[in-house]
Design a protein around this ligand. Structure first.
Ligand code: CNA
Length: 258
């Protein structure tokens, strides 16, 4: 289970860290309150602040870090059952984790839907509009096309329900870079069986690790990349994960040169 904290080492601010968090820095979007940026009623009145944020987070600008490549390595070694992420930055896909191994619980910019006629779009189709600061419009009905990011009050994507069959099968739960404050995602941590080790790698103690610690819980406090590096070292996987990071960086450099 992951949240915004796994992407802060890639340069993307999280929501709640005092000072650097996104909510702290939303003043420039002139919102009535910070969460309005993900409020459907506000979006219908004024979609511009959301699209300003979309321009910032649209896949392409930021690179995955060791944390994302560690999950890719878990998959490569057939050790990944699923990655549940709250992030909308697409860095999991960019790191090469196949979409079917992901539950992007708060949605994705990879697809989009017309808010009027529900026509479906590939996120790449919207890129020229988003990047040039235009609100994308539906080619069928001219309604506003919204990336498939889950707003407050909207239902989570149906594949979120995979947790019902995934969590009883897990024999290790790793929780990284999340405040575990947003429901229903936060409660997934309690869906793991009682006998299962839950490992928290995070700057601070959060959710059940702070309040309802189980006997098998393990906590690695501090920077998430340092925590992942310690785990990878202990597993003897350092060279492999570094090779994935290096290959990712090379690919990005080649793309920039194109
Ligand atoms: P959050 O509430 O901002 O919590 C982040 C957590 O990560 C906090 O506990 C931080 O202390 C911790 N953290 C931050 N940086 C580090 C670091 N370098 N090392 C270790 N720990 C760190 O974010 P959540 O994901 O828990 O909240 C859920 C929201 C945030 C979801 O709806 C996301 O869509 C949303 N969000 C996503 C992104 C993104 O896609 N990258 C960015 C900002 C917000």
């Amino acid at each position: 289970m992951a949240g915004a904290g796994i992407s802060t080492p890639s340069g993307i601010p999280d929501f709640r860290s005092p000072g650097s968090g996104l909510y702290h820095n939303l003043q420039r979007y002139d919102l009535p309150y910070a969460e309005a940026i993900f409020d459907m009623d506000f979006f219908h009145q004024n979609p511009n602040p959301f699209f300003a944020l979309a321009k910032e987070l649209y896949p392409g600008k930021y690179r995955p870090n060791m944390t994302h490549y560690f999950v890719r390595l878990l998959h490569k070694k057939s050790q990944l059952l699923r990655m549940y992420t709250q992030n909308i930055d697409g860095l999991e896909r960019l790191a090469g984790i196949p979409p079917q191994m992901l539950v992007e619980a708060h949605g994705t910019f990879a697809t989009a839907t017309c808010t009027v006629c529900w026509s479906k779009y590939d996120g790449e189709k919207l890129r020229p509009d988003v990047m040039s600061g235009r609100v994308p419009k539906c080619s069928t009905c001219k309604g506003v096309v919204k990336p498939d990011i889950v707003f407050f009050g909207e239902e989570l994507p149906p594949y979120f329900l995979k947790y019902l069959t995934d969590f009883p099968l897990a024999d290790l739960l790793i929780v990284m870079g999340t405040s575990l404050e947003v429901e229903p995602f936060a409660s997934l941590a309690d869906a793991a069986r009682g006998s299962v080790t839950r490992l928290l790698i995070n700057r601070d103690l959060v959710g059940p690790f702070a309040w309802r610690r189980r006997p098998h819980d393990v906590v690695q406090l501090g920077d998430v990349v340092d925590g992942v590096r310690a785990l990878v070292d202990a597993l003897g996987w350092t060279r492999e994960v570094e090779a994935l990071v290096a290959a990712g960086a090379e690919k990005a450099a080649a793309k920039t040169e194109e």
